[in-house]
Design a protein around this ligand. Structure first.
Ligand code: 4NP
Length: 167
């Protein structure tokens, strides 16, 4: 877990999840990742946060449908939504987006081209969803949309921890 970013002074490897609203997919990824990090005793090495490219839900808890679905699997989601900002490129080692629109929006805010090396699609870390090229937005979906997102997030978060262990 090499530290190669600019302002990361507490020596932890910092991972930021990004989606559109920061009330469904990315705060769920954030909560699951923290759960796995603690479960595996890695809390002194890995720090997690999440943000949205759209700021309209800033300050909100995750969507109640996502909180309910996550609680059904034993994960408590308590993050308050915030908007992604350019400084996040300096503060985080990996910035992991859920879909192509997030990728476009976040890449447009990169201070310099080299910072795009920090940017990843979440599906890169999934091993059990080879047919998926992005994490679908569940906002206008029913319960099964939220369950699919959680399946993908459980898969990919474990993949991220494996990838960090190999760095
Ligand atoms: P998220 O889902 O990007 O996974 O948090 C959405 C939340 C809110 C909206 C869209 C997507 N919205 O349009 O308000």
């Amino acid at each position: 877990m090499n530290n190669h970013n600019d302002l990361n002074i507490n020596n932890k490897y910092k991972v930021l999840f990004v989606c559109l609203g920061n009330i469904c997919r990315s705060p769920a990824a954030h909560g699951l990742m923290e759960h796995f990090v603690e479960q595996q005793g890695l809390q002194h090495f890995i720090e997690v946060d999440s943000a949205g490219t759209y700021g309209g839900h800033a300050g909100d808890l995750p969507d109640p449908r996502m909180r309910r679905a996550a609680a059904g699997r034993g994960y408590q989601l308590t993050h308050r939504a915030r908007r992604f900002r350019e400084e996040d490129y300096y503060n985080f080692d990996k910035i992991i987006v859920m879909d192509d629109m997030n990728y476009e929006d976040v890449s447009r805010l990169a201070p310099e081209r080299k910072y795009l090396d920090k940017l990843h699609r979440f599906v890169e870390f999934c091993t059990q969803h080879p047919d998926r090229s992005y994490v679908p937005d569940p906002y206008y979906e029913g319960r099964e949309g939220f369950e699919l997102v959680l399946d993908m997030l459980e898969d990919g978060c474990q993949g991220i921890i494996r990838a960090l262990n190999d760095e």
